[in-house]
Write a protein of this length. Structure first.
Length: 398
């Protein structure tokens, strides 16, 4: 059965079909255990009244070996039809073609929000003295900025043509090393900014979070990054003036470099972050490192207007540990928790989240996390999954 979007609401059947991409490298190890945990939690939470039917679709190396295509049209068509999906890590093709499979999926399906919640789990080692203060949700713009970047390589006729245009037509004089410069342009639009900021504000209001912070580099890039800041404020004042006046929400902004410093000094001051693509990339990874690393960082790519969403592991394919039963499945598992929350199955989502934290509290984790825990006991991928399911089995449903 398929999920449908009706106005602003998802209509979710009790038996829902979820397409999934296994992923390359460690994807073949972490995706099966992730699906097992989801199935187990759904069964526990709803006693058979709800379930997921999994539908595999191809992308990456597995797709290329099977079809000769890194990202088959059928895969995109199925994601369009079924609205949501789960994805393991994918290899980026070498030597031309698609620049990035992840970017191609996001842009083709217009998944304009990269949603990255960041929080600390008890038991996980952190470089911070008070990691419990880190609890933010990042709304990273997913279709513009460098994801839509246009480049010309140094020394090519195209670069020379652009240089001539900039000098002769646009009267640009501040290019210091003309002959050896490559050039890049990043588009940032009013529409792209507004839909991202709108989604961030609506999320904050729905979840009773106190503030939305626009993070930008508008002090240097006046019309792109600065435009993002200005258009974001204008959108907030135009569409959410009542909520702002009633004190239900504060919208503010901060320069990107100052923000990175502030997250280390006063992370408790931030709840929802709205930012452009490149800034969001840096911010997401720094915040993940602050609470234990990208191995426990979940992520989703969402179009809130159409309802389309792909939930994914935020790390790479880790070819160096493939087949060793040592890969950490937590990022993918926690991304599946986001998926369950997205479709309204919050009881199952809560069982998984609580079980993972309970495992961490007792030092039970894969090697990448366990080695830093005072009483850490390194478990294999399969053993960690079994531990989580055992905790779910013995947990009450809230």
């Amino acid at each position: 059965m398929k999920i449908k979007k009706q106005e602003k609401k998802l209509i979710v059947p009790d038996c829902v079909t979820v397409p999934f991409i296994e992923g390359d490298g460690i994807g073949q190890e972490i995706m099966p255990v992730c699906r097992n945990i989801i199935n187990y939690a759904v069964e526990k939470a709803y006693q058979g009244k709800r379930r997921i039917e999994w539908k595999e679709v191809l992308a990456g190396e597995k797709a290329f070996k099977t079809t000769g295509n890194w990202l088959p049209d059928e895969t995109l068509a199925i994601f369009r039809e079924y609205l949501i999906g789960l994805k393991g890590p994918l290899t980026t093709p070498v030597g031309g073609g698609i620049r990035s499979l992840n970017v191609a999926l996001r842009q083709t399906l217009d998944l304009y929000v990269c949603l990255r919640p960041v929080r600390w789990f008890r038991g996980v080692a952190s470089p911070l003295k008070e990691p419990q203060k880190v609890n933010m949700v990042i709304f990273r713009e997913n279709t513009e900025d460098i994801y839509a970047g246009i480049e010309w390589q140094q020394g090519t006729p195209e670069a020379q043509k652009l240089l001539n245009f900039l000098k002769n037509e646009m009267k640009v004089t501040q290019i210091r090393f003309e002959k050896t410069s490559s050039f890049g342009i990043k588009p940032v639009s009013v529409e792209g900014t507004e839909r991202l900021v709108r989604a961030a504000i609506e999320y904050a209001l729905e979840n009773h979070l106190p503030n939305v912070t626009l993070v930008h580099k508008g002090n240097i890039m006046k019309f792109t990054e600065g435009g993002f800041k200005r258009w974001g404020y204008e959108l907030a004042e135009r569409e959410f003036s009542k909520e702002l006046k009633e004190g239900k929400l504060i919208v503010n902004d901060v320069i990107a470099d100052a923000f990175l410093q502030n997250t280390l000094l006063t992370p408790e001051n931030y709840s929802v972050i709205a930012t452009l693509n490149l800034n969001g990339d840096y911010i997401s990874d720094q915040l993940a490192a602050m609470v234990g690393g990208i191995g426990i960082a979940p992520g989703a790519n969402i179009n809130y207007k159409t309802g389309h969403a792909i939930f994914e592991a935020t790390h790479g394919t880790a070819p160096d540990i493939v087949g060793r039963n040592s890969a950490n499945p937590s990022s993918l598992i926690l991304s599946s928790v986001m998926m369950l929350e997205y479709i309204g199955w919050k009881e199952a989502a809560g069982l998984i989240t609580n079980a993972i934290e309970e495992a961490f509290i007792h030092g039970k984790a894969t090697y990448d996390l366990a080695r830093f825990m005072p009483e850490g006991k390194a478990l294999g991928t399969m053993q960690f999954a079994e531990t989580v399911m055992t905790i779910i089995e013995n947990s009450p449903v809230s």
